[in-house]
Structures are given as structure tokens and as C-alpha cells.
Design a protein around this ligand. Structure first.
Ligand code: HEC
Length: 134
């Protein structure tokens, strides 16, 4: 019995250590953002092919307006996602799910990006975005 207890303790130590090293890493997230930079800026009011990601957390999908007050030319799919009874609002969960498989999460949207397959990449990118887009 004691051996089992000792083994379990050792295992839990390994798990805890593992989860610490897996904690979201902002610096790594900044590198992941290189995949987004061509199309997105985190600066206020700057759109490229995609809308500015400044203030993305807490923002309703498909609602970002340009400096001239005009709505960014979102696809109808993205605009629709942000409307109705359950409008899509970007937060940790929705952003990570979207970035995993953009075409699945918002079918018909026009963001040409296949998605981030690795969970660590999504977590690290979110850690970066949470600060950089404030
Ligand atoms: C090839 C250009 C391109 C790349 C690369 C790209 N995006 Fe996009 N993104 C877009 C476009 C265009 C839209 C608007 C889509 C629509 O209206 O259907 C968009 C929309 C979004 C939205 C929703 C914005 C809103 O206001 O509702 C988020 C969030 C987003 N992108 C994040 C990212 C992140 C993070 C990455 C990198 C992992 C990325 N995108 C990579 C072009 C791109």
C-alpha cells in the first residue's frame, strides 16, 4: 500500500511540474502572432486584410468599426455570428476555439487561415493577445 501511495505522490509531483511548464507563455505567443501579423494589427484603429485586434477581448464578432465610423467589411457569416439571441463575443474560450478551426467555428467566414492545431500555440497566443490588445 505504501509503495502505491509513494508512487502516486511521485506521479502527482510530475503532473504538477508538467502543468507549470505548460503554463501559457506570452513570449512564445508573440511568436505565434507572426502568423496573424500580415492580416491583423493589435494597434488601435489599424485594419489590414483583417480588422484590428485591439480590444478584441469582450468585443462582439463582426462589429469592429474603422476610424471613419464605417463597419469593417466583414463577411455576412461573421456579422451574423455577432447577432441574434446568442451573439458571439470574443473571450478566452471562443477565441481559442475559433483559432483552432476558424472555418468550423464560424462557417462561411472569410479569414484565410487554416487554424492552430497545437493547444499550446493557442494558449500562448491568447496570453499574448490578452495583454497586447488592451
Ligand atoms: C490571410 C489573412 C488573415 C490571417 C493570416 C489571419 N486573419 Fe483573422 N481575420 C482575417 C479576416 C479577413 C477576418 C474577417 C473575417 C470575416 O469577416 O469573415 C478575420 C477575423 C478575425 C477575428 C474576428 C474579428 C472580429 O472583430 O470579429 C479574429 C479574432 C481574428 N481574425 C484573429 C486572428 C488571429 C489571432 C490570427 C493568427 C493566428 C489570424 N486572425 C490570422 C484575416 C486573417
Amino acid at each position: 500500500m505504501r509503495h502505491i501511495a509513494a508512487a502516486l505522490t511521485a506521479l502527482s509531483v510530475i503532473f504538477v511540474a508538467g502543468s507549470v511548464s505548460a503554463a501559457a507563455d506570452e513570449a512564445k505567443g508573440k511568436r505565434v502572432f507572426n502568423k496573424c501579423r500580415a492580416c491583423h494589427s493589435v494597434a488601435v484603429g489599424v485594419s489590414k486584410i483583417g480588422p484590428s485586434l485591439n480590444g478584441i477581448i469582450g468585443r462582439t464578432a463582426g462589429s469592429w468599426k474603422k476610424k471613419n465610423g464605417k463597419l469593417f467589411p466583414f463577411s455576412s457569416a461573421m456579422k451574423k455570428a455577432g447577432k441574434g439571441n446568442k451573439p458571439l463575443v470574443w473571450n478566452a474560450k471562443t477565441l481559442k476555439n475559433f483559432l483552432k478551426a476558424p472555418k468550423k467555428f464560424v462557417p462561411g467566414n472569410r479569414m484565410s487561415f487554416p487554424g492552430l492545431r497545437k493547444e499550446a500555440d493557442r494558449d500562448n497566443l491568447f496570453a499574448f493577445l490578452a495583454k497586447a490588445t488592451k
